[in-house]
Write a protein that binds this ligand. Structure first.
Ligand SMILES: *Cc1c(COP(=O)(O)O)cnc(C)c1O
Length: 374
């Protein structure tokens, strides 16, 4: 029997739920014909700042530009080093390189896939200008340990996969010096295009970020620093305002799906073969991705694809092994945990509207694969 395909991710099921509110929000923008920044963006910034429990939220053009603007605000430039993880989306380190600074990688912890704070001290030098932990897959990095090791060096949280994630009860984005978020459509809170956000509790940094977003301009046509076009569109802000009230419930649905996978994999007797994500205490995982470790990962992925189950590998090549970073001189084996993760991880469908029946089908198909292979 051919079963219905199960996508890794779809927005199609969310749309009917928010359609009326989003259409009304868009009509509001159409009526004003004001498309960039303006009152819609300002209102969104107030609402998201409250949600994230931060003093300042600055809407920007993407998660990448959030990182770029944050690093610019901290004065990162040629001769500086910025420490981050090699197991993340490219933008985390790409923005460092674009500013002429050097990305310095520190291996991950195999438990939560996040920057291993115990290895931070040996990477810090007098040139270290910032440290960028990533809350990968929606689970917070160990921020207390990272801040302690940083010993005053600014910490930029890459929260692109972790909106609504908490650490010891507090939302990420307000735990370091600056927080950076993405509203790429597939993130837990997605816009209708590109969008991003920078958060901080530092009023001076907030003011600088607001200026950097418009080419370092204040007042009009007076430029006191070189920034960029990092502006957020009113249309994106309107969509995000309509969706924000649903975010906590969507994140909760992802958590419930993760609980169901735990039960299904346990009942199927697969937990020895399929290493499930480990949720650490006090990290309020929001499961942007549900990532397991499996043997024969690529064969399993092809097997699932043949049977209509969508999966993805985040990320197959750690950043220190990317061609564009060859000049940094990191060889194979430089970061063994990141390399091992890159070879073993597989993201399964976890989106909020995924049904229990679909999850059963995912697990049953994996059981079928391992029944014949191991
Ligand atoms: C998505 C993502 C980004 C970049 O966000 P964009 O909005 O796509 O520019 C940065 N870091 C991480 C970890 C991400 O997942």
């Amino acid at each position: 029997m051919r079963q219905n395909p199960i996508p890794l991710f779809t927005l199609g099921r969310q749309w009917p739920e928010v359609e009326n509110e989003v259409r009304q929000a868009l009509e509001r923008v159409f009526a004003t014909q004001q498309f960039i920044l303006g009152p819609e963006v300002a209102a969104f910034e107030r609402e998201i700042a409250a949600f994230l429990q931060v003093d300042f939220a600055v809407g920007v053009s993407s998660g990448t530009d959030a990182l770029l603007a944050a690093l610019m605000a901290l004065g990162v430039g040629p001769g500086d080093e910025v420490i981050t993880t090699p197991f993340t989306f490219f933008a985390t380190a790409g923005t460092v390189a674009r500013l002429g600074a050097k990305p310095v990688f520190v291996d991950i912890s195999p438990v939560d896939f996040n920057l291993d704070a115990t290895q931070l001290p040996k990477a810090i030098t007098p040139r270290t200008k910032a440290i960028v932990p990533v809350h990968l897959y929606g689970q917070a990095a160990d921020m207390d340990a990272i801040r302690e090791a940083a010993a005053g060096i600014p910490v930029v949280e890459d929260c692109a996969q972790a909106i609504g994630t908490t650490y010891k009860g507090r939302p990420v984005g307000g735990l370091g010096t600056v927080g950076c978020f993405s509203f790429f459509p597939t993130k837990n809170l997605g816009a209708f295009g590109d969008g991003g956000l920078v958060t901080t509790n530092d009023p001076k940094l907030a003011e600088l970020l607001v200026d950097l977003r418009v080419h370092g301009m204040r007042p009009r046509y007076v430029h006191h620093t070189v920034g960029g076009n990092f502006r957020l569109d009113a249309i994106q802000a309107a969509v995000l305002r309509a969706k924000l009230p649903h975010l906590a419930r969507w994140n909760q649905a992802r958590r419930e799906n993760a609980q169901r996978y735990l039960k299904l994999f346990t009942d199927a007797g697969l937990t020895e073969i399929v290493k499930l994500p480990e949720e650490l205490p006090d990290r309020g995982h929001t499961y942007h991705q549900y990532v397991v470790r499996v043997p024969q990962r690529d064969e399993l992925r092809a097997f699932l694809a043949d049977r209509g189950v969508g999966t993805e590998v985040y990320y197959p090549i750690p950043l220190h092994r990317q061609k564009c970073f060859a000049n940094l001189g990191y060889g194979q084996g430089a970061f063994p945990e990141a390399e091992k993760a890159a070879a073993e991880v597989l993201a399964l469908p976890i989106f909020p509207e995924l049904t229990g029946q679909e999850q059963e089908q995912v697990v049953a198909t994996m059981a079928e694969f391992f029944a014949t292979r191991l």
